[in-house]
Design a protein around this ligand. Structure first.
Ligand code: LLP
Length: 422
């Protein structure tokens, strides 16, 4: 995380001390580095420059409209999975012709909204979904551009919750059934087959599963073309991992080098859907120590961010590095860093050696730019944190900290409860 470095003993994001942001906006907050986000998308653009391509950022990783706009300014698009993400991408000014729509459960309302917006392509995951899209397009009198998400049954060797390309997965269409599903698509009057899609999982740390999967898809493209299907767009999904701890994932360039021969041979427009590798290491969650506490068997550092703000440690036993915002040379101590939520599973780190921390001091939870704010909730009636975009020596609040009124938004006490006797 080269844009988060200590300068004179203080942790900075680019040219801004994180403690200065804490002073001005309070804690907890997420801070994203403009420079890191830009560098990551440029690394992809450069790596795939030899083929026509679109970098469609996976909005689920970080849905803030300022982040989407930043990628849009770099000629990026978006991979969306809901009507809400469509709404966000459009609000950020992303060109609809740079939007691809994935997901096993798109409703007709969502399909209609995406057709009206004029998106580039729907990634379809079942025959029922294909028929529903045909009907939605017929009602509007338009053609729906479609790729089928093909499941190549390749093990991505990552956490089971984020593996998606295996036979037992709910995602995609079995590769054996793909040809017949494409034939169905070709018969439907308001479907236009334009591409093929696969995504095998997330946080991949090796190139081989990508190569294996894309080799199978490449063979499938040949078979489909032999049936006169016009496969113009090849969406190769996302999934490239990042370093949270000691992982050593391939760079976009290394991934590109391994698959470019296949991609070039296809002559397709290549679509990529990276999420984590664009945003993950461009963000941190800054939190303040409320108390320290000595238990019978463990020592705890109780902080003001919890599993509602960053659920990855609780949900996936995911590792996030934690650094004190002010460097100091106190002796290390093995602690659990826990939040204020009333659940034993509410921790940001367990059995972690950290320099001894005191109440009131600040910590940065690293690698929190992806699947962090987007997975946050209001559990325990906690307003969600602010989001900050740092650019060089200044910063902007790109999402205000939620207020107590935000917590009650949309709720009503019905009249019957105000009537005596009820
Ligand atoms: N495309 C599709 C169809 C996807 O399902 C995903 C992620 C991506 C692209 C982006 O994958 P990435 O490049 O970020 O690996 N919440 C989990 C990750 C879930 C990923 C779901 N799909 C986590 O916090 O690790």
């Amino acid at each position: 995380m080269q844009d988060f470095q200590y300068q004179n003993g203080q942790l900075f994001c680019e040219g801004v001390a994180l403690s200065d942001i804490a002073q001005q906006v309070g804690t907890p907050f997420f801070a994203y580095s403009h420079r890191a986000l830009t560098r990551q998308i440029r690394a992809y653009k450069e790596a795939f420059s030899e083929v026509p391509h679109l970098i469609a950022f996976a909005v689920k990783a970080n849905a803030n409209i300022a982040v989407l706009k930043l990628f849009g300014n770099e000629s990026g698009g978006a991979d969306i999975v809901s009507g809400g993400e469509l709404y966000r991408a459009l609000a950020a000014g992303i060109d609809p012709q740079k939007l691809v729509f994935a997901g096993v459960g798109k409703t007709k309302e969502e399909m209609t909204a995406a057709l009206q917006a004029g998106i580039l392509m729907f990634n379809i995951e079942s025959s029922q979904e294909l028929i529903a899209l045909d009907e939605a397009a017929k009602t509007l009198g338009v053609q729906a551009p479609v790729a089928l998400r093909v499941n190549p049954n390749v093990n991505p060797e990552t956490h089971p919750y984020i593996s998606t390309g295996l036979k037992k997965s709910k995602f995609g269409i079995d590769i054996e059934k793909a040809v017949s599903e494409y034939q169905l698509a070709a018969r439907l009057s308001h479907i236009e087959v334009v591409g093929i899609h696969s995504h095998i999982g997330s946080q991949l740390t090796q190139v081989k599963p990508f190569v294996d999967a894309l080799q199978l898809i490449s063979d499938m493209i040949d078979r489909l073309r032999a049936q006169n299907l016009d496969i113009r767009h090849w969406d190769i999904g996302g999934g490239l991992g990042i370093t949270y701890d000691s992982e050593n994932p391939p760079l976009p360039k290394e991934m590109a080098d391994a698959i470019l021969p296949l991609l070039k041979k296809s002559g397709c427009n290549i679509i990529l859907e990276p999420g984590r590798s664009l945003a993950g290491n461009a963000g941190v969650l800054v939190t303040r120590v409320i108390y320290t506490k000595e238990g019978e068997a463990k020592s705890f550092v109780v902080v003001d961010a919890g599993m509602n703000d960053l659920i990855r440690p609780s949900l996936y036993q995911a590792y996030h590095a934690i650094r004190p915002i002010v460097e100091h040379s106190r002796p290390e101590k093995v602690v659990d860093v826990v939040g204020p939520i009333c659940e034993s599973g509410d921790f940001l780190a367990q059995e972690r050696a950290l320099p001894e921390m005191k109440s009131g001091e600040l910590l940065a939870v690293m690698s929190a730019g992806a699947y962090a704010f987007t997975m946050s909730s209001n559990y325990n009636a906690r307003p969600r944190p602010a989001e900050i975009l740092v650019h060089d020596t200044s910063f902007d609040i790109i999402r205000a900290r939620e207020t107590m009124d935000d917590l009650l938004r949309g709720e009503r006490i019905p009249e019957i409860l105000n009537t005596p006797g009820h």
